[in-house]
Design a protein around this ligand. Structure first.
Ligand code: XIL
Length: 387
């Protein structure tokens, strides 16, 4: 008896079946381009390319800050959506000290995060060595009292800074190559120096001292001055530029400038951001956008606030990609579910602030698509091309 063979299935059907199987085990986009979309396939067919792939092509460091609530989320996205990472809190002076006070260090939590990133195709930003805001977290809770009690407070603070920077930079030597040497030298509201223990004890020169110590400990480091500005063409921005210029003119080992870019109360003009970046570039320094997030309420007047937020993310990315000195963009968190703004006064009062690339349930937002759109326009190898 001869067995009747089933007629061969058309190749497209086979392919579609294979694609469905692949999609079911997590390769959602594996066949989207090759397969005509069937019912229910539209989301897969239009899934955008992953950000890290586009960022690598454009020679842009695209990073996320990682809080302890998002370690797993980052592990899943590292090398797919992000090719850079900043520990959000783990490397701050107070976080590294047992009990947040001067004494012994406990690097275990920070090491776990750093090593997780290093196991992936990801660059690390160190944040931060010297930060005057928030005693206990930003710097040791007992730093000021200890310095005041010393016979020579200036010498004591310099000694403690050298000890701290030496310990941390030494511990991460070869693993972290770029550090925010100083964070937020200015007051957040007024165009004046932040009134903190470093400024009160050492005057404005504390910034240059911190850079010099870090450079002496490891001359191969890229050292960055990081600041939060709301606008790029006001007195505050000028005050910050003055500090950068002074460091540059006095030969301090500063290599880059970090523009935090939290959108807290206003949406800056992209033209002013571009001009500000150009001025920094003309001093021979690089720029990183280090802490981007944008409260959704700032786009509340638009017919579709999420879409307007997406256009803002697109325009920031395009501005950075257009400026050869702009090396990277880091967003301050991954999903809206864990944004720091939702637990940080006064912004907690307006939660959900929804300021990031992924929504509460980890779905890509228009902000994600904004990055895709900007990156897709960037010439491949833009930095090499600009040399
Ligand atoms: C924030 C963290 O996201 C919070 O978890 C923490 O409670 C306070 O600090 N500018 C900075 C960051 O330089 O270090 C801050 O991070 C956000 C503002």
């Amino acid at each position: 008896m001869t067995r009747r063979l089933a007629p061969p299935r058309p190749i497209t059907n086979l392919r579609r079946a294979l694609c469905r199987t692949l999609a079911a085990v997590g390769f959602a986009t594996a066949c989207s381009a090759a397969t005509p979309a069937g019912p229910g396939d539209s989301a897969r067919a239009t899934a955008p390319p992953r950000l890290a792939t586009l960022a690598d092509r454009a020679q842009l460091r695209l990073g996320a800050a990682v809080h302890d609530t998002e370690v797993e989320a980052f592990a899943a996205k590292a090398g797919r959506d992000f090719n850079s990472m900043t520990p959000a809190n783990a490397l701050k002076w107070g976080s590294l000290l047992v009990g947040g006070k001067l004494g012994s260090y406990d690097f275990r939590q920070a090491d776990a995060l750093v090593n997780l990133a290093l196991a992936k195709p990801v660059r690390l930003r160190g944040h931060t060595l010297v930060w005057g805001r928030y005693a206990g977290h930003g710097h040791p809770a007992d730093l000021e009292a200890t310095v005041q009690a010393a016979p020579d407070p200036r010498r004591e603070l310099e000694r403690l800074m050298a000890e701290h920077i030496g310990a941390v930079v030494g511990h991460y030597r070869g693993r972290i190559t770029q550090w925010d040497a100083v964070n937020e030298p200015l007051d957040l509201q007024k165009p004046e120096w932040d009134d903190n223990v470093f400024y009160r004890t050492l005057g404005p020169e504390f910034v240059g001292i911190a850079f010099q110590i870090a450079h002496t400990v490891d001359p191969s480091l890229e050292l960055v001055l990081n600041e939060q500005l709301s606008l790029y063409d006001d007195e505050h921005a000028e005050k910050f530029f003055g500090i950068i210029q002074h460091l540059h003119d006095t030969g301090a080992p500063i290599h880059g400038v970090g523009l935090q870019s939290h959108l807290l109360s206003t949406v800056p003009s992209i033209a002013s951001l571009k001009r500000f970046m150009r001025r920094i570039a003309e001093l021979g320094l690089f720029i990183e956008i280090t802490e981007l997030d944008a409260r959704i309420s700032l786009f509340g007047d638009a017919p579709d606030p999420a879409a307007a937020q997406g256009r803002f993310f697109r325009d920031v990315a395009a501005a950075c990609l257009e400026e050869p000195a702009c090396r990277g963009i880091t967003v301050w968190g991954i999903s809206d579910r864990y944004s720091w703004l939702d637990t940080f006064p006064p912004f907690d009062a307006s939660r959900p602030n929804a300021p990031l690339l992924f929504d509460h349930d980890m779905r890509r937002k228009p902000a994600y698509q904004g990055f895709v759109d900007a990156l897709a326009q960037a010439p491949a190898g833009r930095l090499t091309a600009a040399q």
